[in-house]
Design a protein around this ligand. Structure first.
Ligand code: SAH
Length: 394
């Protein structure tokens, strides 16, 4: 067994059960990509069993903090069983569920989503890449499913020195699927959709949006960064008379239009705008338009805290414009999915946007990702998606 020895004083993070060790914390030792290593303090005390990533700044990711645990096929069986059991408890109101959420499920770098009868996974680190066959077999056996598609094409693979890889790992057939989320039907393509096909983390917030649109009687709704129109369908279900979806992806908008029809809403209630959100917000303000509810769900602008400052300006800009465009008494549902922007910083940014727009707003709710994208006590980075539901003061 290869040993990774840390520098003096750098053992604290693992002792607190945070799974990452950065390159700068390592005094000596090395291993092959994904190989299991024993991580020790400068004094030679056991800290963790971990996977080694020679190409990544995050050089080591812990599998287990228990010196007696063996990292073998049975270990992955146990971790997967625990993750699946947790999802059983949640009773997710959809047949599309995140089954494994990386570090939060003790499997750093592994994302597994279930869409109906199909599993879709992303192997994001050298560790899970090395154990791929074992992991795939365990998931197929434990779920009883037959179809398993790989979407290892996220940018994190490059940081690990891993090539992109996509395609069927088990089973075959159509990659175009239809799922049921709440009372809605939504379609997606697991081969070409964003992430593994859909943004499952916003599931509960989409339902909440339908409820508040109904409760507050919102008629005109603007869904910015709409992707395939999940929040737009929610707004229509909540009784909105007219919904505009804005996104820069043509195929996503075509699907948003299809979702309006699929859920039995009149096409005339929905408009899909293939445009840049920032420009669109400015144009709508210039045209004197107003909305009763606006969703701002931009892509990840700050993957790490190093990008936080530039991202903060971008978040502030769209939130300022959104608050301006909102009718008095209107609702803003605003999100950040940047790991580098914590909930406090996000609140500060949106407050700054309110200042600049010269409006105040009540914070009705603070929201996060749906619970099948769990956070744990020792991994604060799990708190990546945060949202504020604001009511603009009249
Ligand atoms: N709210 C969506 C998920 C949004 S993901 C849901 O519930 O499913 C972010 C979206 O922003 C992506 O669809 C991407 O195509 C779009 N996007 C990124 N930059 C953009 C820009 N500058 N203007 C418009 N859309 C943009």
């Amino acid at each position: 067994m290869k040993v990774i020895r840390l520098r003096a004083g750098r053992e604290r993070s693992l002792q607190r059960r945070h799974p990452w060790v950065f390159e700068s914390a390592i005094a000596k030792g090395g291993a092959d990509p994904g190989e299991t290593v024993r991580v020790e303090s400068a004094e030679g005390e056991f800290l963790a069993w971990a996977a080694f990533s020679p190409a990544s700044q995050i050089r080591v990711r812990a599998w287990s903090f228990d010196a007696a645990e063996r990292i073998d096929a049975a270990f992955f069986e146990r971790r997967i069983a625990r993750a699946l059991a947790m999802r059983e408890r949640l009773q997710v109101p959809s047949d599309a569920v995140r089954l494994v959420h990386g570090e939060s499920d003790g499997l750093p770098g592994l994302i597994v989503d279930r869409y109906g009868d199909t599993l879709v996974a992303q192997f994001g680190t050298a560790g899970v890449e090395r154990w791929k066959t074992v992991i795939v077999e365990a998931l197929l056996r434990q779920t009883g499913l037959k179809r398993f598609y790989e979407r290892s094409d996220a940018s994190v693979r490059a940081l690990e020195g891993l090539p992109e890889q996509t395609g069927w790992l088990a089973g075959e057939g159509a990659t175009e699927l239809t799922i049921r989320e709440h009372d809605w039907r939504l379609s997606l393509d697991i081969a070409t959709g964003h992430k593994t096909g859909y943004y499952l983390d916003q599931r509960d917030n989409r339902r909440r949006f339908a409820e508040v649109v109904r409760q507050h009687g919102c008629k005109r709704v603007l869904n910015c960064f709409s992707y395939t129109g999940g929040f737009s369908v929610a707004a229509l279900a909540g009784g909105a008379e007219r919904v505009i979806s804005v996104d820069s992806s043509g195929p996503a908008l075509a699907r948003a239009n299809a979702h309006v029809a699929l859920n039995g809403f009149e096409a005339a209630r929905h408009e899909a705008l293939d445009a840049d959100v920032n420009k669109t917000l400015r144009a709508l303000i210039a045209a004197g338009e107003q909305f009763d509810a606006i969703v701002l769900d931009p892509p990840k602008l700050a993957p790490t805290s190093a990008h936080a400052e530039r991202a903060a300006r971008a978040y502030k800009d769209i939130n300022r414009l959104g608050l301006k465009l909102l009718a008095p008494g209107g609702l803003l549902f605003t999100f950040s999915c940047s790991g580098g922007v914590g909930p406090e910083l996000f609140h500060k940014i949106v407050a700054g946007a309110g200042m600049d727009a010269q409006v105040d707003a009540y914070i009705l709710e603070r929201v996060a990702a749906a619970p099948d994208h769990p956070q744990t006590l020792y991994f604060p980075e799990g708190d990546y998606l945060k949202g504020l539901l604001l009511l603009k003061q009249g």
